[in-house]
Ligand binder design. Structure first.
Ligand code: SLL
Length: 223
């Protein structure tokens, strides 16, 4: 990794909204036990982490490692391409550690966070309105999903370009590491400033949308 590609933009941070959690369905005739799964498994669940705006996370994520309960064979599960999700069956709820490894161009250390896999639709009061309380969707699936943000402080220049590219687009940046002249640098800073303002507006809008959705969800749970 050259010095140029690791150069950081001071004074800004970029936040990427993410959603993570699990959904779960009871084993039934319509939703049978996967071949080879132990007979005492009662549910099929999917655990996932994704970009909340629908952007392809592999722009900046190299892999996601899910550390399951030790009752699972090969409890460290690595997913190296999107969708960053895991489908499994089981009988019990447990806490899973989710570790995100970023692309080396990001110059970021990995991050770890935790999620409680939920299989059952508990009454809302059991969670006292706390985040991540499971809800049941129209298809009868249990959903326990949280919204969060990954904040990149003083991102590298390449990382900044990655994160401010149009949502869902392919990498628009050139990988040339030619040093900037002063003038180029000023132009580049102006361009980045403009891009940053656009992205910030989009993020503010999305954040508000997700907050509103969370409020609606909390309200629905009280009904
Ligand atoms: C506990 N919460 O603390 C429980 C553990 C473990 C869940 C739940 C399947 C493992 C297998 C499974 O559902 N494990 O295939 O046997 O005791």
């Amino acid at each position: 990794m050259t010095v140029t590609s690791q150069r950081r933009i001071h004074g800004i941070s970029i936040s990427k909204p993410i959603m993570y959690g699990n959904n779960a369905e009871q084993i039934s005739e319509a939703n049978p036990l996967p071949p080879g799964a132990p007979k005492d498994h009662t549910h099929i669940w999917t655990l996932f982490v994704k970009d909340a705006t629908g952007q392809d996370m592999s722009l900046y994520v190299k892999k996601v490692v899910f550390k399951l309960h030790e009752t699972y064979p090969n409890s460290m599960r690595t997913v190296e391409k999107p969708p960053f999700e895991l489908r499994e069956s089981g009988w019990g709820e447990f806490e899973v550690a989710i570790r995100i490894y970023f692309n080396s161009v990001c110059g970021e250390r990995n991050i770890t966070f935790y999620h409680n896999i939920k299989l059952h639709p508990y009454p809302p009061q059991a969670f006292n309105g706390s985040m991540g309380a499971p809800v049941v969707d129209k298809e009868g699936r249990v959903q326990s999903i949280l919204y969060d943000e990954i904040v990149f402080n003083e991102p590298t220049e390449k990382m900044f370009r990655l994160l401010t590219s149009t949502p869902g687009s392919l990498l628009p940046y050139k990988s040339s590491d030619t040093p900037f002249t002063k003038e180029c640098e000023r132009e580049e800073t102006d361009r980045l400033d403009k891009a940053l303002r656009v992205v910030q507006r989009q993020l503010d809008k999305r954040t508000k949308e997700f907050r509103d959705l969370e409020v609606d969800r909390q309200r629905l749970m009280q009904i």
